[in-house]
Design a protein around this ligand. Sequence first.
Ligand code: SF4
Ligand code: FES
Length: 402
Amino acid sequence: MSDILADGKAAGTAPSDGLAVLESQRSTAETFGIPLAVLAELTHRCPLQCPYCSNPIELDRGGSELTTEEWKKVLSELAEIGVLQIHFSGGEPTARKDLVELVQHATDVGLYSNLITSAVLLTKEKLSALADAGLCHVQISFQGNEPMVADRVAGLKNAHEKKIEAAKWTRELDLPLTVNAVMHRQNLHQLQDIIQMAVDLDADRLEVANVQYYGWALKNRAALMPTLEQIEESSRIVEEAATRLKGILAIDYVVPDYYALRPKKCMGGWGRQFFNISPAGKVLPCHAAESITGLEFESVRSNHSIAWIWQHSEAFNRYRGTGWMKEPCKSCEFREIDFGGCRCQAFALTGDAGNTDPACTLSPRHEEIFKQAEREAAAHQDRFLYRNFAGGTLETEGEHGA
Ligand code: SF4
Ligand code: FES
């Protein structure tokens, strides 16, 4: 291990105390502007077919995935450059047979590890083996608070029941639990019950994440877009619950930016605070970055180090900072606050990732796109296009029961 790691990590701190390290210690990664936490998308394979999946439409096939040894090398390199936390994600990370080995390696090199999972492939034995390997935190996604809605959204029977079971095992093993609830028009009516479900499952944290519309979610926008009334009501519910449950459950709330005045500071700004590594080893500024055509992303399989890719590669520098901006962002007082919003959304909705994100009211495209979304929300076209390797399968008519 390099001097960087020796200097950067807290001596004598157990790997399982990784979160404490993040909160209390300064990593040398900061010196180089390298993020402290990285998302490792181990695979795009997944038994679920959520219509808002954040994976690209063109999914990486199993055969192109990094091998166990390649992932281990990546984990070691991340630790060496001062990264402190690794989020194992997918697709479904537990679809990888080597997950326990990868978690063990993350522990060995001093990374705090978080498993972001649908949980449907977990058994108590597997979770126990992951805990023994040093897994520090589990985040389970829920599609609703009961099987009828949740299994339909996930496109998998009995998924909800399995998730509940896995969440209980997580707490029995004394692992901290985050419940991740992705919200949209067809499950927002369950928000109050989802909050109670998170309390009943003894979760530390609940993420109420309204769908963001790119990739699969953009294809399903008409079926997912909430109404303005729903958003107002859910904001009220979250506000009330956050006060009532203070000290019991922390609640993070992400609003759909179509209903905000200004766009979200996506990824904290392109190439500023975040990168992820795709199943095939591409180092990406965000999980949807490959949807932007014309950008070449470097791979961990190339001759370049991850630190070089982060600092010097063309794709990371293209939209870094504010120098690339056109009007209205260029002279806007908020340009250092939201960095022009989301590059992927700008590309998906305007065809140019260098344009202002149309979620911004100052974008010349905002009104037209917002009005279209509003019409879609009112039209109640409820059938999903399920995510899969075949480019999507439309839900059978009548199946949605709406
Ligand atoms: Fe942000 Fe650009 Fe809109 Fe200004 S014009 S608020 S910088 S997206
Ligand atoms: Fe790619 Fe926002 S999702 S920049």
